[in-house]
Every structure is written in structure tokens, then in C-alpha cells.
Design a protein around this ligand. Sequence first.
Ligand SMILES: *[C@@H]1O[C@H](CO)[C@@H](O)[C@H](O)[C@H]1NC(C)=O
Length: 429
Amino acid sequence: MSAALYTLAAAALLAAGGMLASHQHLATTVHEHPHLAAPVTRLRPRDPNRLLVFVGGLQRSGTTALASALEALPDASGQSFRWLFANLRKEEAEARVDALRRWRGVTRRYLDDVIKSGGLEGKFAQDVYPYAYMLRDWGDSVHAVDRLSLDGAEASPQKAVELWRQWYPYWNQSSAVLVEKTPENFVRGLFLEALFPQNARFVFVLRHPLAWALTIEKWLDNRWNFKKTLYLRDPDDGIDRRIEMWIQLVDKMLADVSSLKQAAIVHAEACSLRPDVIPKSLERIVDGRRVSLAPFKGLARSNLAYVACWLEGGRTDAKAGSLRQDTTAGGVHACVPGAVALRDIARPRARAQLKSYLWGAKANRLRRYGYFVPDFEGALCRDGACAAPSEDEILSDVDVGLDVASIEDRGLLEALGLIEAPTAAPVMN
Ligand SMILES: *[C@@H]1O[C@H](CO)[C@@H](O)[C@H](O)[C@H]1NC(C)=O
């Protein structure tokens, strides 16, 4: 399957999140599906040699790139419908698809499209834990982190057996590394580790909070999510609220990581700018296998394209290109200028918002995660027109607002592979 198709599928599944609201299945008990008898005896989730790598991060942060990088390992596999149909008899695979359709409240026709394109997020193909879609379900932010996260207390052995039974046919069952990408894994690590304590490993990806806040724009106002995302789409406060959302979710993730046994964190921009520098922490997650970070190509530059477009008072639109593209894979995305009257409001507003992140309290909050907001206007705009640097200009950390020297949290530094975890040997600095 081509990378483009994979990306399309992932985008389609995420977009579908919006259609699922009224059918959200809150499974508090494990349901039995007698017609879905699986060869449970052959399933060995606790096989100590098998890695179950959970990928997470806020939507549009590079989760697809990260999952692609891991799935490209020679003995790894991600979940897909292709495997479901290869692993099960046709009737049984069809029954699974029907069950999935009921859980998610989507049409068969819709699912057929998804099946053709191959990709799948694990949260979609299960009814053991509550389905959530962070961008939509953030709501008005009240208790949002609590609503979205799952902790160890919610796990049980029955849930582990059932979730494994539901998920297993979606992988190449011979793979030693099973990759499961669901953005919400970001705040559900404790739950997943409690389910699969021997096998679970975690990799979470961070993207620059301002760039991220801009990349999610068109996902917030698509036709499925439009009504539920008013809070985050507020014309004046939307950007601040999204960055606040980023901070709250990342803080929860970092708190989880401090107690997860095996978790790594990557900065998407570092992966994009230095694809051959594999963080030690990431290498450890996959027991020393060589991960290629090539799928992050283009992400750092696309951050700047989003910012430039925002400063221009326009909106970034992937559909203006030839294909529905995921910019994290280096896709083309056009900046669609707003009408003149709108631009006259949007430009000064964007520039004022940018300034508010250059220094002071807001800037300091971002530094804890290794990010800052550079003077993007000075860097990207000339004579009132703004654009990302061309492909042949080499970008550095400073250009995209990455500065890992400002991180003080030892847990984050360890998870990023920038310092070693304290062992018998003295801690390096
Ligand atoms: C499934 O995984 C096994 C073990 O890693 C590998 O040899 C095989 O080629 C994989 N099958 C496909 C179709 O990728």
C-alpha cells in the first residue's frame, strides 16, 4: 500500500470521528460476540518477545509519520483491514467489520472505502474502552483531560483478553513488533500498560504548539466537528485555547510517562530536521532496531508554511492541492487567502497573537517542553507578504522554535533520549 493511501485512510478515520458522537460506545463491561469466535488459544499477548508499541500524540502532530516509521521495520506491522481479511475466513472478517460498523455508527459504504485504503486506528476497531476524538471531545475544556484519559484502575484482565481478541487479526500475526496508532494513546498509557504489562511500549510525539494550533484549524471546522468545536474555534481566543489544550494534555502525558515502564517521546521537528539521528530512547523502545525517521520529511517546513499563511490572514488548505494530503508527510498545501475584508481583520490579529508569545509568561510556559515562538513575522514576511523558506534552504532548530536546552524536566529529557535515566552509573549532564 502506498504511503499516500495510508495517509488518506488515517485522515478518513480521524475525520469519521465526528460522525460517531451520538453512537459513542461506552463499554464498561466486556461484551461477548459468540458469532465472532476467535482462536483465542493461539493468541499470546504475553509472549515476552513480542512488542506492542503504542503510538500517540495530538492529532496532526506527526503520529502517522511516527507509526509509519515503526511499521517500516522489517519485522513490524501496523493494524489494517488488509490483515483482517488475510487472517480470518471471509465470513468471519465480514462479521468483524459489521460489528465495528455498529460500534462506530458508520455506514458499510463508508467503511468499504476505509477498507480499500487499508489503514486503521486501534481505537476504531474495539468496544472495550471508550472511543474518543480529542479535537472534537475537548468541548469547552472543563474536565477535558479527565474525560479523555484512562488510567490503570480502568483496566481488568477480562478487558485485556477481549481487546487482544478484537485487535489481533488486524496485524501480521507473525510480526515481532505490533504497532498500534491511536492519537489518544497519548493520555491512555497507564490503562494500556495495565492491560499488557509485559509487552506495552509507548512512543509519543510532540509538535510545536503554535504550528499545531494552526494545523488543526480545518479539522475543527469540518462538517462533522463544526458544532462541537466552537470553543477552540473562537476567532479571538481560539489559538490561546488550543495552546492551553496542548499544554494540559502534554502535562498529563508527562505525568503518565514518569510511571510508565517503557516510554519514549520525540519532537516531530527534530525527527524532521535530523532524520538520521535516532533518539536513544526511541531505539530502546524497539530493542535496538534501526528506525528510519524519513516519514517526518517536510514536517518542519510545513510548520512554517502554516505560520506564514496565518500571518497572511489566509487559511491553509490541503484540498487546494491535487490530493488530500497529510502535510506531515511533506505534502503540498496551499494558502488560500481570505477575502480582503477578512484579511484586514485576520492579519493584525495574527500578528498581535504572535507577539504575545515572543516573551513573558506565555513564552515561558512553552520553554518547559523545549519550544519557543521565534519572531516568525521577521523571519517569514517581506513587504507584507509571508512564505515558508524554499525547499533548498536548510532549516535549523531555531528557525522552527525548538530549543531543547530550555527543558528542565528530567523525565522529559530522559524520554527524549537527551540524558540517560539514573542507573548505577552517575547521571550524565
Ligand atoms: C509478516 O511478518 C513476517 C515476520 O516478520 C514476515 O516474514 C512476512 O513477510 C510478513 N508478511 C507480509 C505480507 O508482510
